[in-house]
Design a protein around this ligand. Structure first.
Ligand SMILES: NC(=O)c1ccc[n+]([C@@H]2O[C@H](COP(=O)([O-])OP(=O)(O)OC[C@H]3O[C@@H](n4cnc5c(N)ncnc54)[C@H](O)[C@@H]3O)[C@@H](O)[C@H]2O)c1
Length: 453
């Protein structure tokens, strides 16, 4: 048998995810064996009845049963032996302290491992259970390897394939996914898993195990934040007598800043003259109305924590001379009001560090009005720290903190020296030379977040 041929699929765990996965794959023409430790679920599935209530699933289970493509058993060993792909869909519930309970997952992986030990044909284990990033590498693969005595990526494959179905419309979601994510550390596992989704029109992301695991959590966390955000602003505005439905109709129609990828790239903290001020006004208003809005209340503290992390990162270098690239709250402006960079500078000065600041858009002589007052009140000797010349600003620095995208890769590769520690707060795209010659630590991910308005 070719490594990449999928003939029979076993689905371990016939709960909400497993039952939908099994029934939908059978509908797409795969031979599917459902497995569960619960014999009632197996009896129902095996006789063509769905063990869960979900729109459209009864018809699919009955159809699969009639066509002989859908079977069920409590015998994991027989199902894994007979199939060449196993979906793991067991529960990963919360323990009392919130930690994920991996008991079912470890158990099912040990059972699969024992079968793989004696299986001569290539088998791919595809995880659908939601797990904390790193779990597949640190728990699933070691368990499979321990009980099989074989090596993942060589003797058998492992893939993480999160699913994005919502209960209530899971069947429709399965057939129309936003995307398909196939996470793996070896190519062959992806080749096998890909065959199962040939029918899906949405984009297939082929990525690492950890990215696939994390993408599921990012989505769920974001969905939860969206619901809570809508409920909190709805609560406040309703209390103020505002038509919240009209507000949200307008709000969601903005596909450029509101419902878009804007502000969703991890980077440095936000600041500026609007976002902090307006959040303070909203949460103050809520307090006056005796409303608890923990999400909105938590935003500014969370933003401050981001500055704290940057301070710790710099202090951890144990160096005294720091050059900060960027002072205004956003590249391309000289607005210093509530800039987190100013906050960062003040904290570092308080720790006794010597700071040089380069920002091509900030010149003390040109600052006027509230902007000038703000910086003079916050750091009175700011003029002594600013240096308009990048070369000389960097000259004495042991640590260079990139906190703006106003600097160019060419400038940096020209002036940076190999012994300088570079801390990148905005995920600046590093020039080749910097990667090789400096200790460059990325504090956050892909791009800098737009820092407020
Ligand atoms: N419910 C959802 O809509 C949804 C969506 C996306 C992801 N997930 C994730 O998918 C996973 C499964 O969720 P669910 O809601 O289907 O869980 P569930 O509790 O409804 O189903 C899990 C099933 O696994 C069975 N099981 C446990 N140990 C087993 C073993 N050793 N062998 C065979 N079967 C075993 C249980 O009897 C149960 O029927 C979880 O990690 C969950 O977070 C769920």
């Amino acid at each position: 048998m070719q490594k990449a041929d999928v003939h029979v699929v076993s689905v371990l765990g016939l709960g909400y995810v497993g039952a939908v996965t099994a029934a939908c794959l059978a509908h797409k023409g795969f031979n599917v064996i459902g497995v569960d430790v619960n014999s009632s679920k197996v009896d129902m599935f095996g006789s063509g009845r769905s063990p869960i209530i979900e729109a459209g699933i009864d018809e699919l289970v009955a159809e699969g049963h009639r066509a002989g493509r859908l079977r069920a058993t409590t015998d994991t060993s027989a199902a894994v032996t007979e199939s060449n792909v196993s979906f793991v869909c067991v529960g990963t519930p919360s323990l009392a302290n919130g930690k994920q309970d991996l008991g079912h997952l470890k158990q099912v992986c040990s059972e699969i491992g024992l079968v793989l030990a004696h299986k001569s044909s290539y088998h791919v284990v595809i995880l659908r259970s939601t797990v904390i990033p790193g779990t597949t590498l640190s728990v699933v693969i070691p368990t499979l390897e321990k009980f099989s005595g074989k090596r993942a990526g060589v003797d058998f494959g492992v893939c993480f394939n999160p699913e994005f179905t919502r209960e209530g419309c899971a069947v429709a979601d399965f057939f129309n996914p936003p995307y398909t994510i196939l996470g793996a550390e070896d190519y062959e596992s992806v080749v096998v898993a890909r065959q199962l989704y040939g029918w899906a029109s949405a984009h297939v992301f082929e990525t690492s195990l950890a990215v696939a695991e994390a993408a599921k959590y990012a989505s769920n966390a974001f969905h939860a934040v969206k619901v809570t955000f809508a409920n909190e602003v709805g609560t406040l505005f309703r209390e103020l007598g505002v038509d919240i439905d009209a507000v949200m109709r307008i709000f969601v129609s903005d596909k450029s800043l509101n419902i878009s990828s804007a502000y969703l790239s991890p980077g440095f903290a936000f600041g500026g003259s609007c976002l902090p001020k307006d959040l303070r006004a909203l949460t103050h208003q809520a307090r006056e109305l005796n409303l608890q809005l923990p999400l909105l209340d938590g935003v500014l503290p969370s933003n401050n924590e981001h500055v704290n992390r940057a301070v710790d990162l710099i202090l951890d270098t144990n160096k005294k001379n720091v050059c900060l690239l960027g002072l205004s709250f956003k590249a391309g402006t000289d607005d210093l009001r509530e800039s987190p960079h100013v906050q960062l500078t003040k904290r570092l000065l308080g720790e006794g560090l010597r700071i040089r600041i380069w920002d091509p858009h900030v010149s003390l002589g040109r600052l006027v009005g509230s902007n000038r007052h703000f910086i003079e009140d916050t750091i009175p000797h700011i003029g002594m720290l600013l240096n308009p010349d990048l070369r000389s600003a960097l000259e004495t620095a042991e640590v260079v903190v990139i906190a703006t995208k106003s600097v160019t890769a060419t400038e940096l590769s020209t002036y940076l020296r190999p012994e300088q520690i570079v801390l990148d707060l905005v995920h600046f795209k590093k020039p080749q030379k910097m990667d090789v010659t400096t200790q460059c630590e990325d504090m956050y991910a892909e791009q800098a977040a737009p820092s407020g308005m």
